[in-house]
Design a protein around this ligand. Structure first.
Ligand SMILES: C[S@@+](CC[C@H](N)C(=O)[O-])C[C@H]1O[C@@H](n2cnc3c(N)ncnc32)[C@H](O)[C@@H]1O
Length: 229
């Protein structure tokens, strides 16, 4: 997966706008709901981006768990709430057994070896603390794959996500999603959605012109939950 958050932050923002406009929800709200219900704090949001999880946590519980963002991209951090620190998920500048939750949403597929980041998450969690990560499946968005061809596998696809986390944590569970959660009403929406998903502008425009609209896109993926014993 390209790590283009400093070179081309508009690509990420385009994707964020497309999800907000055309998808029925994202994982941030349900993850915030469970983290608040678990009563674990503080929350270390690894690869926090512009702070979508912080926003969902605040909306659910303004006095809720303290949130600390962490991201490798200075551009993303500039748009994130505070406190937030610039660091790599593979080497967290955080004391052992010091946080209640580590969230790594839509980010472990950027790491060459996501297991290193999962081990780091386990190290910084207190006993009883919660880890959560999410990712798409390789057979996500089949309606778009029909135009684009099969997309390359990542290092943290839904097919292996649970096993990768279970190699580090003993207590692991998954919530899967599989449904037509994205509704693209017209070619402009198809193009915007594809650009947000790292498809080049030219190819995105070609596919948008060829696609039958409105286009419902089947989304498949997984949220992996784990608890430190
Ligand atoms: C797709 S965005 C997801 C942002 C946020 N978690 C969300 O759900 O909206 C991926 C984020 O991970 C960050 N990232 C990528 N590799 C990283 C690494 N090795 N360490 C820390 N952050 C990283 C990127 O800078 C980017 O902000």
């Amino acid at each position: 997966m390209p790590v283009d958050y400093d070179e081309d932050p508009e690509r990420f923002r385009t994707g964020r706008r497309a999800v907000r406009a055309y998808a029925t929800g994202d994982v941030h709200e349900p993850v915030a709901a469970r983290v608040v219900a678990e009563g674990v704090a503080p929350v270390l949001d690894v690869g926090c981006g512009d702070g979508a999880l912080a926003e969902a946590l605040m909306a659910r519980s303004p006095d809720g768990p303290g949130w600390v963002g962490l991201d490798a991209s200075a551009t993303m951090l500039a748009a994130a709430p505070r406190p937030a620190i610039r660091a790599d998920a593979a080497a967290l500048p955080v004391a052992a057994a010091s946080v209640g939750a580590v969230c790594a949403l839509w980010m472990l597929y950027h790491l060459q070896d996501p297991t290193v980041a999962v081990i780091e998450a386990h190290r910084v969690l207190r006993p009883g603390g919660v880890f959560v990560a999410c990712t798409s499946a390789r057979d996500d968005s089949p309606e778009l794959t029909a135009h684009l061809g099969p997309q390359p596998a990542s290092t943290f696809d839904a097919e292996e996500a649970e096993a990768i986390v279970a190699a580090v944590f003993d207590d692991v569970g998954v919530d899967r999603w599989d449904g037509a959660f994205v509704h693209l009403p017209d070619p402009a929406a198809v193009e915007q959605y594809l650009v947000g998903r790292c498809i080049g502008q030219e190819l995105a425009a070609e596919v948008a012109a060829a696609a039958e609209v409105p286009l419902d896109v089947t989304k498949r993926g997984v949220v992996v939950w784990a608890r430190k014993g």
